[in-house]
Design a protein around this ligand. Structure first.
Ligand SMILES: [Zn+2]
Length: 349
């Protein structure tokens, strides 16, 4: 794979050095990678289109009106500008950049963009490179059937069924249509399957627990204290060979493990048959010979035996191991089929 990365950054070229775009350019110029960033004024886009260059990523400052210099009038702004870029660069991911990132997060529909240029991004050129190459891998993969998708995700055998069931209908239809001789030429124009797939993978599959689990969810599934898990199994070669996520965008997320492969690993241990108990975590504690002090403790009642995950009401981003009985299902969030329903800590009465 040619690893030269071409990024188009559409920005009104504000001189403010605290500007995120300025930080991005700085980072890229300091990095050892072959990342070429082409910064263009939104009014010069026709020129860019005529150059017919292929970009791996388009970065756009959405709030152009805020930064406009005196007397500048933009030909296109906001959604019209995005539409123009989508039309011209079909299948190229678009990321939002802004000097004011935290404010953007809540109110811009994520369907308009594949992602935001976050502070983590602006600090790590390795991450930029790896993420852009994941987008390119998806774009270059011909997806005629589910096996093509599994090769991008490196899905273990036992998890394939879950991926195929959880896949949104819009993508499923594209996959089955692409192998049909009756597919009309313009069916596949917009949004391209690579865009739909990268959105689903990053906005759902790798983000929400269900098919894949982060370290807290994995530890709790096995009944193990989170720190103990991080110091032991999380770095175990056999465990990681069996269950860790190695597919596209793996560097853009914390370590993740395939839930089905975690369970399969557990029950394939030599002593598994003699230690099968009622639930996964009860069996896991026996099979993995977890000592008493390393059993997961419930964040709510502080007793041993936490066996599910919950968050505090209104703070879904901070999750804790708790007892099932010390938490209730979060009725304020709609469960996504094939992903774990969210739970909240039981409120004090
Ligand atoms: Zn409890």
């Amino acid at each position: 794979m040619n690893e030269n990365i071409n990024i188009l950054c559409v920005d009104d070229i504000a001189e403010d050095k605290s500007n995120s775009r300025f930080k991005l350019v700085n980072l890229i110029s300091r990095s050892n990678h072959d990342i070429d960033i082409n910064i263009r004024h939104p009014n010069d886009l026709e020129e860019v289109f005529n150059e017919a260059k292929v970009f791996d990523l388009v970065i756009i400052d959405y709030f152009l009106e805020k930064h406009a210099k005196n007397g500048t009038k933009f030909k296109h702004k906001g959604n019209a500008l995005i539409g123009l870029l989508r039309e011209q660069f079909t299948g190229t991911p678009i990321y939002l950049i802004s000097a004011d990132m935290p404010k953007c997060k809540g109110f811009i529909p994520s369907d308009n963009f594949e992602n935001y240029v976050t502070d983590e991004w602006l600090a790590d050129s390795e991450l930029i490179k790896s993420e852009v190459l994941s987008h390119r891998e998806i774009k270059e993969q011909t997806i005629n059937n589910y096996d093509d998708l599994h090769s991008l995700l490196q899905t273990p055998e036992g998890s394939k069924e879950f991926i195929e069931k959880a896949l949104p209908n819009q993508i499923r239809r594209k996959i089955s249509k692409s192998s049909s001789p009756y597919l009309s030429d313009n069916y596949d124009l917009n949004p391209k399957i690579n865009i739909l797939l990268s959105r689903w993978i990053t906005h759902e599959l790798l983000l929400y627990p269900g098919i894949l689990y982060n370290s807290l969810h994995t530890a709790t599934l096995l009944g193990i204290d989170h720190d103990h898990f991080n110091q032991t199994l999380a770095n175990d070669t056999d465990f990681n060979n069996a269950a860790i996520y190695k597919g596209v965008f793996k560097d853009s997320f914390e370590k993740l493990w395939w839930k089905d492969a975690i369970i399969e690993y557990l029950y394939s241990q030599p002593n598994a048959e003699d230690n099968m108990l009622g639930t996964i975590y009860e069996s896991a504690l026996k099979i993995l010979k977890i000592s008493d002090e390393n059993i997961a403790i419930c964040h709510k009642c502080l007793e041993k035996g936490a066996n599910t995950i919950a968050h505090i009401t209104d703070y879904p981003e901070k999750e804790y191991s708790v007892h099932y009985s010390c938490s209730v299902q979060d009725t304020s969030s709609l469960p996504i089929p094939y992903f774990d329903p969210q739970r909240v800590l039981l409120e004090d009465k």
